[in-house]
Design a protein. Structure first.
Length: 336
């Protein structure tokens, strides 16, 4: 995981193209535009640009008046490409539009670049996804594979993070990816506050499934809600599959099936995510020793916590605390 933290306000540029899905551009402005440090200072400046300043057609019955041109991309630390309704054609290997290629040439080599939904087609055409694990909307996966067979596409996840290059599957996962980038930059406290203000879940792991064929039950209580609440309250006890199934009076087999149907991932994967989230929260917001953080988040030992954090985040607990305690409090992290 790479934290992109810069002096002053971090500039996020959104590239609006004809056929824009306006909700995806709005997500970026809404989420990044609300992020503040402990002193209430805005952490990001979000700007919108187009290939040419002027009216940009959307996929709705209104247009956007965009006053900035593509040179704005060269001034941004993060560049985000929402989807447009003409991101890919019927013929594989169509060359990228020259005006679009010229615009992307403004992007600085060190900038972070992200796509939402079929915006991934643009990054792929520009050669920016080579060597990356990426995602796009599941309905577009077959077309993407036909056009870019050399790129590692995973159509079953919400988003991917390759460090400098990130991709999100669709509208809702654009929210998840934006919160993930804010959390990477400034820690869970800042991202969670943005999520609360926007009334969205604070965290969905990128590896969660895009599409769950059987929806979560509506008015009635979800079948595994009691087990999940119990597990969250007892992470320090290292809850297992058998104990969770007992909370719902189900067999392990039935519980596992119902859990996957509701959550889009296995109970074990879900518990691992919750443990890691709890450990990150404690490292950011408390002065507990690493041993106590490991105990209270269900990892048992500091060695186990270090192993899991390094595998998932690429950092040790101590390094994570030094970085994100400083960022969340408004002070720059070491070596930022």
């Amino acid at each position: 995981m790479v934290a992109f933290v810069h002096p002053g306000r971090h500039r996020v540029a959104v590239l609006a193209r004809h056929g824009l899905l306006p909700i995806e551009a709005g997500i970026v402005h809404r989420l990044f535009g609300q992020a503040r440090d402990a002193g209430g200072r805005l952490l990001y400046e979000v700007v919108t640009c187009a290939l040419e300043p002027g009216e940009v057609r959307t996929d709705t019955d209104f247009t956007l008046n965009v006053t900035r041109g593509p040179e704005v991309l060269g001034e941004a630390q993060t560049v985000i490409l929402p989807a447009a309704d003409e991101d890919y054609g019927e013929r594989p290997h169509d060359p990228i539009d020259p005006a679009l290629a010229e615009a992307l040439a403004f992007v600085r080599p060190e900038a972070r670049v992200a796509s939402i939904c079929t915006g991934a087609f643009v990054l792929a055409a520009a050669g920016m996804l080579d060597g990356c694990r990426v995602t796009t909307h599941w309905k577009s996966a077959a077309c993407f594979r036909a056009m870019y067979p050399h790129i590692d596409l995973d159509p079953d996840v919400l988003y991917t993070d390759n460090g400098r290059v990130l991709t999100a599957a669709g509208v809702a996962s654009g929210i998840d990816l934006s919160l993930h980038m804010i959390r990477t930059d400034h820690g869970s406290a800042v991202a969670n506050e943005v999520a609360r203000s926007t009334v969205v879940p604070p965290h969905r792991d990128g590896g969660q499934a895009q599409y769950i064929r059987r929806p979560v039950p509506g008015p009635e209580r979800p079948a595994t809600a009691r087990a999940r609440a119990w597990a969250l309250a007892n992470l320090h006890l290292q809850p297992g599959l058998k104990e969770m199934a007992e909370q719902e009076s189900m067999s392990v087999r039935t519980f596992t099936r119902r859990f996957c149907e509701e959550m889009g991932l296995s109970p074990g994967k879900w518990v691992s995510q919750q443990r890691l989230d709890r450990a990150r929260q404690l490292l950011e917001e408390s002065d507990l020793s690493v041993d106590l953080v490991a105990d209270r988040s269900g990892f048992g030992t500091a060695a186990s916590l270090r192993l899991h954090m390094h595998a998932e985040l690429g950092v040790t607990p101590s390094a994570y605390r030094r970085t994100f305690r400083g960022t969340a409090s408004g002070s720059p992290p070491p070596d930022a």
